[in-house]
Write a protein that binds this ligand. Sequence first.
Ligand code: NAD
Length: 288
Amino acid sequence: MAERITGHTELIGLFAYPIRHSGSPAMHNEAFAHLGLDYAYLAFEVDNDTLEDAVKGLRAMKMVGANISMPNKIQVCSYLDRLSLAAELCGAVNTIVNEDGVLTGHITDGTGYMRALEDNGFDVIGKKMTIVGSGGAASAIQVQAALDGVAEISVFNIRDKFWGNAEAMVQKINEKTDCRVTLYDLADLDQLKAEMADSCLFTNATGVGMKPMEGQTYIPDASFFRPDLIVTDVIYSPAETRLLQMAKEAGCRTMNGMGMLLFQGAAAFELWTGKEMPIAHMKEVLGI
Ligand code: NAD
């Protein structure tokens, strides 16, 4: 008889659409099996129209929790009982934890990024960073960096539909944390160069560098880098974006988005199980 799933096995879901391509079910189920934990993680095709029913189902079936991905990360906030401070500031949730029927929303993308920095030995606490982007990934990073004690953040964005979000996010972080955040237009490349020169870390938190913008970067030339600047990208496919290639050639230490992906999962795993994800084993399995 197969023993992996029994009457006691606890369920954790992933509510998103499209979702069949996701690596999260394999990652979490591998970690459960490795630690001998009696949980199963399954992906469900849930969009904005079915999200409220899915959350009600989670509660009714006493599921341990769920991951939430696009297009549901913002809308799900209205169906939960509580939000973590980071989730409240971001206005978005990627992890639900069910504690005796009380549903709390967390956002672990920013925690994932900060833990990945730490894992690489990159220390930005009390220092200044420059980041490009004001979408979901960028907002989560900015909020968590500010909560974790980064002293100053310079945010750059193009004047597209995300500009309003960028303004709101910067204002919120300045009001609610001790971090000093300033927003600049990415069209001002002289300003970008000056802010990068004054920062210990630069990160790309946009899709520039992955399909359909693979091979591209908004950094015009190598004079924007110096060997002691840490350069990171949230993109993990390709593993090395044009930005990271240029930064490496200039002698910078670099990090791609794979660590952020792993550690956002690890943070959610810990919230559900109270156990640390077996990071060394997961890195081996994921080949990172
Ligand atoms: P989003 O759509 O919410 O935000 C996109 C951002 O890119 C916005 O700030 C937008 O202004 C900016 N942008 C778009 N086109 C641009 C251009 N031509 N030049 C400059 N800026 C431009 O997207 P998101 O969910 O924040 O995802 C952004 C990237 O982060 C994607 O590549 C995604 O794969 C990656 N990501 C990685 C992780 C991880 O765990 N490593 C997690 C989430 C997202």
